[in-house]
Design a protein around this ligand. Structure first.
Ligand SMILES: [Zn+2]
Length: 98
């Protein structure tokens, strides 16, 4: 099903195609991208809540990223050296506590 983007607390959320295993992305422009294969409402909300923490981290300046690196509180982490699904990463720890 395709519909117009909906918004949660003024955060735009877009459903889209994503690579396997990626549930959502906190976009640097302030929107949340949601894997369109997630159709369960509760699961969608979980992903949105999680990505909202990352948006907040970026807004307050703790988190930044590009294709190569994630920067957390001024420290660069090469994407090649960590597993994106690792819940113990400093920026993920906070997001999984929600
Ligand atoms: Zn995360």
């Amino acid at each position: 099903m395709k519909g117009p983007p909906y918004s949660i607390d003024n955060t735009p959320v877009y459903s889209m195609d994503m690579e396997e295993g990626v549930m959502g992305i906190a976009d640097k422009n302030g929107s949340i991208l949601l894997n369109k294969n997630i159709t369960n409402k509760e699961e969608q909300q979980d992903v949105i809540n999680h990505e909202k923490v990352h948006l907040d981290q970026m807004k307050r300046g703790d988190l930044d990223y590009d294709d190569e690196n994630v920067t957390w509180k001024g420290k660069k982490y090469s994407r090649k050296k960590f597993d994106e699904g690792d819940t113990t990463l400093p920026w993920e720890k906070e997001a999984y506590n929600v």
